[in-house]
Design a protein around this ligand. Sequence first.
Ligand code: HPA
Length: 264
Amino acid sequence: MQAALDLIREKAGDAPIAVGLILGSGLGHLAGAVKGVSIPYVDLPGFPHVGVSGHTPMLVIGDLEGQRVAVLGAREHYYENGNPSAMRLPIGVLKALGAHSLIATNAAGSMRADIPAGDLMLLSDHINFSGLNPLIGEKTDARFVPMTTAHDPDIRAGLKRAAEDEGMALAEGIYAWYSGPSFETPAEIRAIRILGGDAVGMSTVPEVILARFFGLKVAAISTITNMAAGMSSENISHEHTKAMAPLGAAKLEKILRRYLRDLG
Ligand code: HPA
């Protein structure tokens, strides 16, 4: 991790960052809103070589609404190389740079008729439907991470307040992590609904676990790009996800900007 940190500090300076952000599919343009320094992941030792279209593999450090932020413009998903801890080093870097919190974003399928495509859903909690865990193999007792309030109540309240102040609805619900890369079957979606899921996606849960492991406060927001399999007649595809994500992205940017501005 030290080599990546040295390079980041050399390029971006060593003023501590406040908040880390991880951008999901089709949400990469948010990184462009930050006034600062962009460093491609390929230049950062230990950073993942992300190969999913719709993601921008850059670390951007700089000012957004008066806060010093570090934006991870792309994530490596479990489905890319079968590594649930692929984001461990970048999230550890955020902590080492001084971040107190992390906000993750993603694209997801909705299982709630009242949260349609184009809407946002703040994660109130999650279900690790995949059964995988990024801390398997960690040898210290720090691996026994409490997850009772993993989705931080204060950040969630702040994000809800920001949405309200922007005159926007922000639904809350439970996100279920499905490994991907194939989408779910309608039977799997029925099963996840019975288990209490409100939205389904292929990311974020490992990052929430890792963030808590590193002692970061964390919250996450889904942009709903489709109704989950079997819930509507629309096609489900990665193309569709990338095409629909910008609908939510504009709302997401407003909420995040307001949230950061109000952090003071
Ligand atoms: N399932 C899983 N991941 C997704 C979906 C979905 O329906 N939509 C966007 N990401």
